[in-house]
Write a protein that binds this ligand. Sequence first.
Ligand code: PEP
Ligand code: MN
Length: 354
Amino acid sequence: MMIVMKETASDQEIEAVISKIERAGARAHSSRGERVTVIGAIGDVEQDENVATLGLEGQPGVDRVVPILKPYKLASSQFRHGEPTVLEIGGRKVGGEHFALIAGPCTVESREQVLASADVVKAAGAAMLRGGAYKPRTSPYSFQGLGEEGLKLLAEAKAQTGLPVVTELMDARDLPAVLEVADVIQLGARNMQNFPLLAEVGRAGRPVLLKRGLAATLEELLMAAEYILKEGNPNVMLCERGIRTFENAYRSTLDLQAVPVLKELSHLPVIVDPSHAAGRRTLVRAMSLAAAAAGADGIIVEVHPNPDEAICDGPQALPTDTFAEYVDVVHQAAALAGKNIAPTRIGAPLAGAA
Ligand code: PEP
Ligand code: MN
């Protein structure tokens, strides 16, 4: 159930609606848009029925009460009247007209590797640094990440560059350590439906990058996001990273239609990961341009100072030495899709001027 308040509704009127909903045993999630406040009353079926009998329609300040038709409620575009959510992460905005390029190595390998990557990412004008300290590996015999040592190196890279850090959490027991450094917690494709973990990061409140599972539908992705939102954390970005299909000419099939469709279904920002979809660096640039032109709110891409020697995902990593040029063309494609891209590095061409 969604309670749309009048433009003129006062704080007291909003509070009165919230406490009525809570007394009926449901949770109230309010979302203040530019003009109106919408309050989602979320509970199980029984609680929804209680809310329906509250007579909220006649309550002061209430404009109308409408059911949310989708199975995901807080994630649905209806919940924000079609207004996109804009996240602010370490001074960088993502969503709406704001585009964020997130880049860095697949995994943190050494101090030199992560600091060199971070410097290049910063100098090229990207918005955030990525890097995994805890890695989900198919083989238990593969390198599993540097763990807490990796988090410390990310903290050093953040201090050196000022870039916000995106890093993966796989195990709720590592949450306190990850919260020390992560500006964005990445939940990887393999954990998209780890429901207790989703709820845990929901309670933590930190922005989340939620990657689509290898065989998950868009509805399943949105239901997973709902687990985080329901705990009171509105800061979720959805990430299309390729899905498993019959095609085996590349690592995964990048489902670019997910970009406009997710934006139709949800108000949450949509990020594309061309690296894990492609599995090969020769495909990454074309897919990045296509994703940006399709209206993605950001791209997360792997870059490495020496891809041939990378411990993890080297074949798909872009080399750092041509990264600045890559950032410029991706920003131009994003500008074509209507994103407002300020020139982000000295000497960079004005996006949209090409
Ligand atoms: C990653 O980002 O390094 C990663 C492992 O991604 P995914 O969960 O999409 O496979
Ligand atoms: Mn990787």
